[in-house]
Design a protein around this ligand. Structure first.
Ligand code: ATP
Length: 253
């Protein structure tokens, strides 16, 4: 597993739009860190800068460094970063809809270089252990899964690559509060049992405060506040001050 260091990161899109402006974060090895903030605060951009997919959106790192452990990621293409152990679960549940659940997992493992049957079987069973519903639906078409199950599969696909760092963008978006809570409980369990380093982006403040070890709040592309959940502020205050009161899912839990 690996720590992640983001140093003084600034990102622009096109020629002018400054999305991230001098962000510094220390994502500790084996911990779950949450990045909170309103729409447009720059959260997804930070994740894209880390995984290297910024370039596909005409985004550019203007300043700063990103290190996985002590290895600088700058200059590495997205696929090389994936091979180095950085997996990005993008917003919108990216799965292979026409394929079965199991094929989705196998393809992800294969893309990560897993070749033997024994390896393939072992990783499948590990993922089904964390997400039993995926095991039950293993022969089912992925596109017919519920939203929550698709999110679980998207996370499962990232795990199939046996990453060192997983970036999860708005896993709770559009899900029933109970399902979102369940996904976060599983992420916390994976984090605890395997020591996988996890960085999540969230708008659901309650979920993040309940499950993360460390929280960063972004505002207009800058870190406005950081600290452990016990010290960073209450859900109500963070929600009102930094997210314009948008935290309905957390209120419902
Ligand atoms: P959300 O919760 O809405 O996803 P966010 O905090 O993840 O918000 P980003 O998506 O990182 O925010 O966006 C930060 C800023 O960069 C916004 O002003 C957004 O409009 C702009 N932006 C994001 N992606 C692009 C892009 N591909 N091209 C141009 N501008 C972009």
């Amino acid at each position: 597993m690996a720590s992640l260091t983001v140093e003084n990161l600034s990102v622009v899109y096109g020629q002018a739009i400054e999305a991230v402006n001098g962000v510094t974060m220390n994502v500790e090895e084996g911990r779950m860190t949450a990045l909170l903030g309103a729409n447009g605060a720059g959260k997804s951009t930070v994740l894209k800068a880390i995984s290297g997919i910024l370039e596909f959106e005409h985004g550019r790192i203007e300043a700063g460094r990103i290190l996985l452990g002590d290895r600088p990621l700058g200059g590495m293409r997205a696929h090389a970063r994936a091979r180095a152990g950085v997996m990005h679960v993008r917003e919108g549940r990216h799965i292979l809809g026409p394929m079965t659940v199991e094929e989705n997992i196998d393809v992800a493992g294969f893309a990560a270089g897993r070749r033997t049957r024994a390896q393939t079987r072992a990783i499948r069973e590990r993922i089904y252990g964390y997400f039993p519903v995926l095991g039950e639906r293993r022969r089912g078409t992925a596109g017919y899964l519920s939203g929550g199950e698709q999110q679980m599969l998207a996370i499962g696909r990232a795990l199939a690559a046996e990453p060192r760092l997983v970036l999860v963008d708005e896993a709770s978006l559009g899900l029933a509060p109970m399902i979102a809570e369940q996904i976060f409980e599983i992420l916390a369990r994976i984090n605890e049992e395997t020591g996988l380093t996890i960085l999540i982006v969230e708008q659901n403040v309650g979920l993040a405060l309940r499950h993360a070890d460390q929280v960063y709040i972004l505002e207009n592309g800058r870190v406005a506040r950081e600290g452990p959940p016990s010290r960073i502020g209450t859900r109500e205050e963070i929600s009102a001050r930094y997210l314009g009161g948008v935290d309905q899912q957390a209120k419902a839990v």
